[in-house]
Design a binder for this molecule. Sequence first.
Ligand code: BES
Ligand code: MN
Ligand code: ZN
Length: 494
Amino acid sequence: MDIRFSAAASGDVVVVMAGDGAALTPAGEALDKAANGRLTKAMAAMRFTGAAGQVADILAPEGLEFARVLVIGVGKFESADGLAVERWAGHAVKRTLTSAEKLVLQPDALPGVSKADAGAHAALGARLASYRFDTYRTKLKPEQKPTLASVDIAMDGAAAARARADKDAAIAEGVFFARDLVSEPPNLLYPESFAERLRDLETLGVEVEVLEPATMEKLGMGALLGVAQGSARPARLVTMFWKGAKNAKPIALVGKGVTFDTGGISLKPPAGMDEMKGDMGGAAAVAGAMKAVALRKAKANVVGVVALVENMPGANAQRPGDIVTTMSGQTIEVLNTDAEGRLILCDALTYAQDKFSPSTIIDLATLTGAIIVALGHENAGLFCNDDDLAHALQQAGQAEGEPVWRMPLDAGYDKQIDTPNADMKNISGKPAGGSIVAAQFLKRFVKDGTPWAHLDIAGTAWKPGPYEDPLSPAWATGYGVRLLNRLIANKFED
Ligand code: BES
Ligand code: MN
Ligand code: ZN
C-alpha cells in the first residue's frame, strides 16, 4: 500500500473528520457544500455525533466525483491529539482495505495538532491499520483480499507532513516486524530461526551476534540453559548493537524470548496454551525497536539482548527442586518450571551489564498472568528503580498509545523469594502479588545504581479478539516498539 501526499487528489473514497456535535472540519464543509448538503443530511439521518471512531459511510453523493464519502469522528476537537488522528485514519483504512483501491484522506488542523502533524499522523495511522498476517492463508476468497493500493493524503503544505511521515515509516516497520514475530507459529519460529531473522538487521547497519549453548555454558548461564534443556531446540542469545552516537554508554533493551511456553514439567493446562507462541513478545518488541532506530538512523547507542529458548517438558527437562547457578554466581531453586521467564532474563541481564556497561536497562517480558489480572490488556506493568526513568516511560507510553502503569517494588515482596536451600527460589508460593514478586526476582540481577525498568507485557503483547483497535488490527500488537522508540528519541539521542 502506497502512501502519498499531494495538494489535490482524486480516488474512490474520500475521508474527512468530524468532531462532537457532528461538526465538520473545513475539508468536510467544502465537500458538503459541493454535494448540496447531502453529507450533513446523511449524518443527521443516522444520528451521527462525531464520537471518536464513529463512521458515516455515504455512498454516491450527487455533485462529487467520489463514489463514497466517509465522515469519521475524532471526538471533542479540543482534546483530539496526534493519536486521535492516527485512529481516524486507521478506521478509514479498516473500512476500505478490502473494498476500495484508492483512498483519499483529508486531515485538517485541530486545536492541539498542526496541519503538518495531522498529515503525518494520518499517514502513520493508515500504515499501522493496513497490517495483516496472511502468510499461511492460501485460500482467501477474492473479497477477503486487500484491494487498497494507495492512500493519498490531500492537504496544502504537504512537504512538511511528508518529511515527518517518511521518518515515521520506520516506526511502522518496527511494529510490523514485532507483530510478525509474535504471530509466527511455534513450529516455525524457534530459537534458531528467530536468531536467523534477527541476522537480517545486519543489512540496516545493526551489529548482530548470536551465542550458541556452548558459549553460554562457558559464560555460566545455568539458569537460561536449565530452561532450554527440556527442548530439542537449542537456545540462542542474540545481541543487536546500533551505534548511532559517539562514546555514549548504550541503553540496553533486554527481551524474554520463550518461543513456546508449555510450562515445562510444571505443565500448563491445555486451554489456550496455543497463545504461548507469543511468549517471545518481549524479544519481538526489542527486535522491532532495534529495527525502528536503525531505519531512522537514531543518534543513540542502543543494544538489544534477547534470550531465546523453548520451554518444553522433554526427557531432559529440569525438575521442580533443581538448583541452578546463574551467570551472576547467585543460585536459584527452581520450584516451578513455568516461572521460566525470570530464569532466562536473569542471565541475559547479567550478560548485558557485564558486556556493555549500559547507562540504563529496560527489560520487556510476557512474564506473569497476574499482570493481566491487575491491569487487563490496556496497560503494561512498569516496575522501576528510578523515578526519572519511570516518568519518561509513562510520558512516552502516553504519547504513543502504549501506556504503562507503575507498580511497586519493596523489600516486603523481595523476601518472599528467600529459601533455605539456595540464594533464592523462582516463585513465592503465595497466590498474591505475583507480578511484583517476579520483578523483585529480576531486580536481584541489576547492579545497584543502574537505572532499570521492567515492563510486564503479558497483557499487551497480544490481545484477545475481536481486534477493535484500528491501529492494532491483529492478535499480535507489536506493543513496546513505539514506546521504546519514543523513549530513545526523547531521552537518549544526541
Ligand atoms: N508466559 C507466562 C506468563 C503469561 C501468562 C503470559 C498468560 C501471557 C499470558 C509465564 O512464563 C508464566 O507461566 N508465569 C506463571 C508464573 C507462576 C508459575 C509463578 C504465571 O503467570 O502463572
Ligand atoms: Mn511460564
Ligand atoms: Zn513464559
